[in-house]
Design a protein. Sequence first.
Length: 330
Amino acid sequence: MTDLEAMSRAIRLAWRGYPAPNPRVGCVLVRDGNVIGEGWHEAAGQPHAEVMALANGDAKGSTAYVTLAPCNHHGRTPPCSEALIAAGVSRVVVAVEDPNPSAAGGIERLRAAGIRVDVGIAAEQAAEQNERFLTAMRLKRTFVTVKVAMSLDGRIALPSGDSKWITGPAARREGHRLRAEMGAVLVGRGTLLADNPHLTARIPGVVNAPTRVVLDPRHDLPRNLNVFNDEAPTVVFSEGRYSPQDLTAMLFSVGHTGLLVEGGAGMIGSFLQSDVVDALEVFVAPKLLGHGRGWLDAPLLSRLEEPAQWRLRSTRRRGEDVQLSYRRRR
């Protein structure tokens, strides 16, 4: 098994589970060309990928392939660097270094213990997988994904406000996955009052429910709304008005690395105008409403000659709907 093959396997493993706000991490242990252990980080507060892989048995003399540099601090779990040293691994291959200052130092600790460490195998794929975490660490704010479910003619609701359901079950399941992936979800006041959403991630495998973020500057949102039930944690911002920059920085300061923005044209427009949106996940249903509410109403482009602001990463079918995934050009 080559280094690339082993790291690719670790990256695939890292997609299991929903570890937000932590990064996705996969680990594969190889000795004499054979996989002797593997693991992934299932959820925040649960064992890290390296510990899961080491639990499978004797790892002495093996090579550990890890998608993100092993942590070197006592958080909710002990340092993974120390676990690898104690297990007697002879080499560690890392895809991407960890930019989190509180967890950094694992590579240096391993080398100080006489373990060979190589960095950079499948780095691009591993970095893309952890874009939420890596971007948040770099910008000191949450990674922001805007999610839109619309008709072919760009409508998110009928004039009456009715929006259930524009997209089908497969697209809605992916929306729940995005909530779990980001770890926090925000909608506007109008959506809360009109739709009374639960904002939960009702899919298998979610251990930690995403945090629901509520803006209530008027202090008058009814407390019997579903976002205030005990199905998931809820954070309420109710002291004045918050800019998207301030909000994402504050959420990051209390431990959140991702935020999924759902809701109406006003909230989406304010986030786009503030230039804090990193990803667009657009779900298009094969329906024509003809009239109704559009998903965006904000001045974002002054001349059509300006360069494209977004690049298309992928297109996927979700039942009868289509998911278009875009990333901000920066």
